[in-house]
Design a protein around this ligand. Structure first.
Ligand SMILES: [Fe+2]
Length: 297
């Protein structure tokens, strides 16, 4: 099988509206078919103030307003992976606008791992059935007249997928902007060597392919940016530009990962996102509670 599972059609140019969430440095996207009302939402954010336990759909409502005010039709809510730094708003947006929630099939591995860590009962299914679609490598799907496809790009997590839609690819947390390098590979199920191979696979896409990041932290004080190209990444990415070997990458990535603290929202994020973004079921009092596993992560 060729490394890129489908021919890429750079003449298909989706209209892309980014939404940057400054609280978590996440970029969500609305990806719209220029020739029909159809659109998809990639990596939406549900706001949480962890200190007070308050959850609010401020970011998600902006996305909903954009789609509703233009009369667009939401077909897909895609998660590039199980995020460890923010809650997904996919079920909330789906409840307002419809559409199918999709993620990589290896969500099952993530559910198995974190189902144990959070000591979820047998009612927590580990088969991915909370999602409407589980993408395998090479699976394609329609957004109106556009065809998108998923490429399995593990390493940051086992379930990471890169989504290619026309001349745009949504790389999740495989790559950061060229001056940011790459995402960490030290979460349970992560692996730096696997991440290198996934990134090099993404960089086999055509030079002119637009690449959209899931995060940007504005390294060295520069303004936030989220869009680049394959050519720019191959020439300038500080971790994986052309010429950097797998062993060099792995050594640097693992050394850096040893210095990183856990993301502030990892505990609520994984608990909620492994369940497709659904908040915990209310108890007898009608209230919802998150767990904090002590001395585990
Ligand atoms: Fe991530």
């Amino acid at each position: 099988m060729p490394s890129i599972p489908h021919p890429v059609d750079l003449s298909v140019k989706p209209d892309i509206t980014p939404f940057f969430d400054p609280a978590t440095n996440t970029v969500s996207y609305v990806v719209k078919d220029p020739n029909s009302p159809a659109c998809a939402v990639i990596d939406s954010v549900m706001d949480i103030d962890y200190a007070s336990g308050r959850v609010a759909p401020v970011s998600a409502d902006k996305i909903i307003r954009l789609i509703q005010s233009n009369g667009w039709r939401l077909e897909w809510l895609i998660e590039t992976h199980v995020h460890a730094d923010h809650l997904s708003a996919a079920p909330y947006i789906q409840s307002k606008l419809g559409g199918k929630i999709g993620i990589g099939v290896n969500i099952r591995i993530v559910q198995e791992t974190f189902g144990k860590i959070f000591n979820e009962g047998t009612e927590f299914q580990r088969d991915g059935s909370q999602f409407d679609r589980l993408f395998q490598d090479g699976d394609s799907y329609e957004i109106g007249g556009m065809t998108g496809f998923a490429m399995h790009t593990p390493g940051h997590t086992p379930a990471c997928m890169t989504h290619v839609i026309g001349d745009a690819a949504f790389v999740g947390d495989t790559l950061f902007m060229p001056d940011g390098g790459s995402a960490r590979a030290d979460f349970p199920g992560g692996d730096a060597r696997t991440l290198y191979r996934s990134i090099r696979r993404v960089l086999e896409l055509p030079d002119a392919m637009r690449l959209f990041m899931c995060h940007d932290y504005g390294p060295n004080g520069r303004d936030i940016r989220w869009e680049t190209t394959v050519a720019e990444q191959r020439a300038h990415n500080i971790h994986v530009r052309d010429g950097i070997t797998e062993d060099e990458f792995v050594a640097a990535r693992e050394a850096r990962d040893r210095t990183l603290e856990m993301p502030k929202l990892i505990i609520p994020s994984l608990q909620v996102n492994m369940n497709a973004g659904r908040l915990p079921t209310p108890d007898q009092s009608g209230r919802r509670f998150l767990k904090v596993p002590l001395n585990t992560l």
